[in-house]
Write a protein that binds this ligand. Sequence first.
Ligand code: ZN
Length: 487
Amino acid sequence: MAIDLTAYRREAEEFLESLDREYYLHFSGQQDDFEIEPIYDRHAGLFARGAVDGLREAGAAPALVEFAAHGHLGRETKAGSAELARREAALEVEWDGERIPFRSAAVVQANEPDPDRRAELEGARNALTESELNPLLRELFESSRTLTKDLGWSSYVSMCEELSGIDLGALEAQTTAFLEATEEGYEELVEPQLRRQIGLGFSDLRRSDLAAFFRAPSLDAGFPRERLAPSLIETLGGMGIDVASQPGVTIDMERRPKKSPRAFCAAVRVPDEVYLVIAPVGGREDFAALFHEAGHTEHYAHVDRELPFEDRYLGDNSVTEGFAFLFEHLVSNPEWLRRRLGIEDPTAIVEHARASKLVFLRRYAAKLAYELELHGGSSADGLEKAYARRLSDAVHVEWPSSSWLTDVDPFFYASRYLRAWALETHTRAAMRERFGPEWFEDPEAGAFLRDLWRRGQGSGGGEEILDAVGGSELDFRVLLDDVAEGH
Ligand SMILES: [Zn+2]
C-alpha cells in the first residue's frame, strides 16, 4: 500500500512534539512521571517495517527514511534497552565503605584529587561494565545488525551512509590524516596543561585521570553562578537578539528540586516552542553546557516555519551541533572572557580548552575508525583489542578495553560531532573575518547567523551551511590550523 507522505509527516511531528514535551516537563522538574512508552505505542505505525519500506518506495527524503529506520530499530530492541537502563540504574560501586550509584561514580572520579584513588574507582566501574553490561550490549549489537539486514540493507554501515548522505570512509580518511598530522606536536601541546591541572605528565598519566583533567576545578573561579544567565542574555543582546521577548523561546531558570543539574534544550515545536532549561550552578563546565544548548535553542527557534517537517526537525545533525559548538567556543574565547566575565588574563582557560579539544578530536577520530571496523566486519569477536589499541595510540595513554561496547554511539553519531567541529571552525573563521574578533558584539553578525539558522538542517545539510560561510568542502585542515594557533 502506498504511503501518504503528508499524513506521515503530520504524525511524525505530533510524535516528536509529545516526546519532547514529556522530556521537557520531566527533566525541568515539573513532572515526576516520564511516560514515553504510551507515546511510542500511540504512534507505533511510524516505525513499522511497512513504514520504512513505504517511505523508501515513495522516494521520501532520506532524513524521513532515517527517522523511520532508526525508530524501527529502537522499537524492536526496546525491551533490551530498557533492561540495560534498569541494570545500569541499579548498579552500585563499593567506595569508602559505602555504596555509590554506578552512574554517579564517574562524577565522583572526576572530582577525586588523588590519582591512585581515581584509578581504583575506574577499575571498579570497568569490572561492573564487563560483567553486568557488556553481555547484554553484545546481544543488542547483534540484534541491530540482523534488523538492518531484514530491512534490506547489506550492512549497518551502508544503511547509515545512505540515509545520512555522509561518506563515512571519506570522513575517516580525513580524520586519520588529522591524527597523523597532529601526532608529533600532540604531547608538546597537551603535557604542560596536564601538569598545570593535575600534576601529571604522559609518562604517569592513566585513562582514569582524563576526566579530572577536563574538569579542571582551578578554572571555575572565573565563572560565578550569578554571571551564568546574564552573560548569555548580554551575548545574545550583542548579536541583536532580545531573548526575553524572542517569540518561541522560553528560558527556564526557575529553581525546582528535581530539575536536571545540566542545561538542556527541548525543541518541542520548531520554531515556535523551544525551551532552554538551566539550573544555575556555576563553574566553567556549566557555562560551556549552557552556551552549547543556547546554540541549539537559537538554531531551532530561527528555522523557517514554512520548511517541511524533516528540514525543521531531522536531517544532518552536524548542523545544529556546529552552531552549539560555535556558542560553546565563546566560553574559551579570550575576547569574550574579558568582555563578558571581566577575566583580565584568560591564558590558562584558553590553553586548557585548546589542549582538551585536541584530546577530544583525536579520541573521536580513533572512535570513528574503530566504529567502522566494528560495524564493517563480519563479526565483533576480538574487537575489544582493536578498540583499546586505537584509543591508546590516539590519546597516548593505556586505554582499557572494557568500554568497547558502551563507548559506541548509535548510527555513527561520532561522525556528526566530527563534522560539526570542522563546520564550526569554518563558521567561526568566517565570523572573525567578516565582523572581527568581537563578532559576538555585532548585530550584523547576528543577522548573518539568523540567515544560516533559517535553513534548518534539511536537504543541503552541513554542506549548504559551509557554502554560505564561504568554504568549498568540509576540510579538517582548518582544525589543524585552529589547534596550532587557537582563536
Ligand atoms: Zn549538542
